[in-house]
Write a protein that binds this ligand. Structure first.
Ligand SMILES: [Zn+2]
Length: 316
């Protein structure tokens, strides 16, 4: 009943910048969360490993990569027969336009493609053999006009009932011998991975004690949302959300293009010093995942960005 160190960073590959493109591939479950532009060129032959796509909403930066993805799955040099299921928030006009385009243009697919509309609080079994791992959807707050969804990967686990916590192993064993295993153990649902898409802060109870929360963080400061659309989140409130939900690892993504990596690093340092969150914090910036506890790879990318800025004479 120990908690494995999961998910490891090498299980994830993605790209994210607000307005431009967001996608995140989770290798262990062969799941792609969102399908922004560049997903196929980013994953190359790994696109054949994708079995399920879960879309958070229908904005272009989250679905523009679908057409190419399906085309490559159909024609590329990989397993062209592996089925693909695309899950999306129900009644989404923008996603329906894309499905319509694909049905018109891709009549003879070499693999089975399914489009599956979802509502909030739906359960999708991911592990067919034991039904121990499943996805559950939750509603997020993004656009007024369309349903947007977040996703939790949940594992059915067993643990000692709280009333046995203070007893010795011998006493517990005696109860098991006398009354059976079920007397001392209980099943519970552990959230092992959460993906929110674009949204205002997710309600902490929806992602409670998640091992790995992917939360958007479009703005570093509240004042930066100058158009005041109130559709996205800023750093302080994302940290508060992660702390209230007691998540183990927080991955920030969907940062606005106004910040370069050095600015994000500074803002993060300030916010962490102020709030002192217990969770580990990572940032998906462009195609790189940066760990706030390991400065080495940040430094390399920041230097590269500075050199590029100098060469082009403008902000990247
Ligand atoms: Zn977006």
């Amino acid at each position: 009943m120990t908690t494995p160190q999961f998910p490891l960073q090498d299980q994830l590959r993605g790209y994210s910048r607000a307005l431009f493109s967001t996608w995140l591939y989770h290798r262990r479950f062969n799941i792609l969360f969102d399908a922004g532009e560049g997903v196929s060129t980013g994953l190359m032959n790994r696109v054949f490993g994708i079995r399920r796509v879960f879309l958070s909403h229908g904005h272009a930066d989250h679905i523009a990569g679908l057409i190419n993805l399906i085309n490559i799955r159909n024609l590329g040099a990989g397993d062209q027969t592996a089925s693909l299921q695309i899950y999306f928030p129900r009644d989404n006009r923008l996603i329906e336009y894309v499905t319509d385009y694909l049905t018109r243009t891709q009549k003879d697919l070499s693999f089975k493609l399914e489009w599956i509309p979802l509502d909030a609080d739906e359960k999708i079994i991911l592990d067919d053999q034991k039904s121990k791992i499943f996805m559950r959807t939750f509603k997020t707050r993004h656009s007024q006009r369309q349903l947007s969804l977040g996703y939790n990967i949940i594992e059915q686990r067993r643990r000692l009932k709280p009333q046995f916590a203070g007893l010795s192993q011998r006493e517990i064993n005696e109860t098991i011998w006398a009354k059976g295993k079920e007397e001392v153990a209980e099943e519970f649902e552990k959230i092992i991975f959460s993906y929110g898409g674009d949204s205002r802060p997710i309600e902490p109870e929806k992602i409670s004690e998640s091992l790995f929360l992917c939360h958007e963080c479009t703005y570093m400061d509240v004042e930066d949302d100058e158009r005041n659309f109130q559709q996205h989140s800023y750093l302080d409130e994302v940290l508060e959300t992660a702390m209230a939900a007691k998540v183990e690892t927080l991955l920030l993504f969907h940062t606005s293009l106004r910040y370069n990596l050095d600015e994000i690093r500074k803002k993060l340092e300030e916010a962490i010093a102020k709030k002192n969150p217990a969770c580990r914090i990572l940032v998906l910036y462009g195609d790189g995942i940066f760990d706030t506890a390991a400065t080495q790879n940040w430094r390399r990318r920041i230097q590269k960005e500075k050199a590029q800025e100098k060469a082009s004479g403008e902000h990247p």
